[in-house]
Design a protein around this ligand. Structure first.
Ligand code: HEC
Ligand code: HEC
Length: 323
């Protein structure tokens, strides 16, 4: 099968689109991206060999999985809805509500090693899981090529670095909205074009700020229910004023990333919009007509180039390095 093309071009685009030039290290080499991609789709990264990153983060759904939550390898119920990964390399805060992770490399330790809930179950079995890769002839060669300065070290550190390199290459810059912005044109669908204006006028853009469609900041937009277990950022910082704060989710590919909200509590965008409490956001609730236009606008953020990019899919070849 033909070798998939792209990541390098896609990466360059994202550098331009998000002004990331300064933060995009040269270490993000193609072979490191290829390694991260192979790992992302490899169930051997979970202790039981039954769950890959891609089990929960499916490309076609914008790297979500369209379930309220995805249980871990021992069926621990999920705490939260799987978020999408479009342009994730441009964020500073990762997951629905955590300001302490700092890097994608650090974030990757959560599904691997996390115990509340257990997702991939590697905690306590680190050596055994790492050994699977260190003793594999293909991986052994690829780690050597991807981390020459570390003598091809195979460890959780290099595994998570490679995963982060792949994730940074997942960019969405080719939706109908991107094309309209680039050319200065209106969206072809007049309802979507009306929604585009409403998105700014109704204050959506103040939090869901283009081009990421997130300000990468934390907001409380719904009151916590009595006895609600998940207090968002407050659980991380321990501060009362952070209770109920969540990071604004990106709305890229929103039509594909249902269900919505940090706990996946609603199935439709209409319900998700209605969940924003005007008393907390300071923005009036849009009318039914306006909501319809906003939904049409969000449809213009579906990026088939990203959703179908073969460079983000399960690698067709067994080993990214040619013999
Ligand atoms: C069992 C399902 C599951 C698996 C497996 C899984 N994830 Fe996730 N992922 C999630 C959920 C749920 C969240 C949100 C967690 C939270 O907010 O506490 C998340 C969040 C993320 C984020 C942050 C996204 C954002 O918007 O900030 C990244 C990046 C990510 N995962 C990458 C990975 C990688 C890499 C792997 C494999 C090592 C992986 N995930 C495996 C369910 C999963
Ligand atoms: C004050 C900031 C703020 C404003 C203003 C705002 N949002 Fe949000 N939005 C958020 C936050 C934070 C969440 C996530 C809440 C959660 O999961 O607990 C969210 C969630 C969403 C979701 C669900 C996304 C997903 O993947 O689950 C949609 C859709 C959405 N907002 C659309 C809109 C629209 C349309 C407007 C304007 C009418 C708007 N938002 C205004 C902050 C904001």
């Amino acid at each position: 099968m033909a070798r998939p093309v792209q990541p390098v071009a896609a990466l360059t685009l994202s550098v331009v689109a998000f002004g990331l030039a300064a933060t995009m290290a040269p270490a993000e080499t193609q072979i490191r991206i290829d390694l991260g991609r192979k790992l992302f789709y490899d169930a051997d990264l979970s202790f039981t060999g039954t769950m890959a990153c891609a089990t929960c983060h499916e490309q076609w759904h914008g790297f979500t999985d369209n379930n309220r939550g995805h249980p871990g390898i021992y069926d621990d119920p999920a705490k939260r809805n799987v978020p999408g990964l479009a342009n994730i390399g441009a964020f500073k805060n990762f997951t629905w509500a955590d300001n302490s992770l700092g890097t994608l490399q650090r974030q990757a330790r959560n599904p691997l090693l996390g115990t509340a809930p257990i997702e991939m179950g590697v905690s306590g079995h680190e050596d055994e899981v790492v050994a699977r890769f260190a003793t594999d002839p293909c991986y052994d060669k690829v780690f050597a090529a991807a981390f020459p300065e570390r003598g091809g070290e195979v460890s959780l550190d290099t595994i998570t670095l490679a995963l982060a390199a792949f994730e940074k290459a997942i960019v969405s810059t080719d939706s109908a909205w991107d094309k309209a912005e680039a050319s200065g044109a209106a969206l072809a669908n007049p309802t979507a074009e009306r929604g585009r204006k409403l998105f700014a006028e109704k204050g959506c853009a103040s939090c869901h700020t283009p081009p990421l469609f997130s300000d990468d900041a934390f907001h409380k937009v719904t009151e916590l229910k009595e006895g609600e277990a998940d207090a968002g950022l407050g659980d991380v910082t321990g501060k009362a004023e952070d209770r109920g704060m969540f990071r604004t989710p990106s709305l890229r590919n929103a039509a594909m990333t249902f269900p919505y909200w940090h706990d996946g509590r609603v199935e439709t965008i209409t319900e998700a919009i209605a969940l924003h409490d005007p008393a907390l956001t300071g923005q009036p609730q849009p009318t039914g007509n306006e909501v319809a236009a906003l939904i049409a606008f969000l449809g213009s953020l579906t990026d088939h180039t990203m959703l179908e990019n073969p460079a983000y899919a399960l690698p067709p070849e067994a080993c990214p390095l040619k013999p």
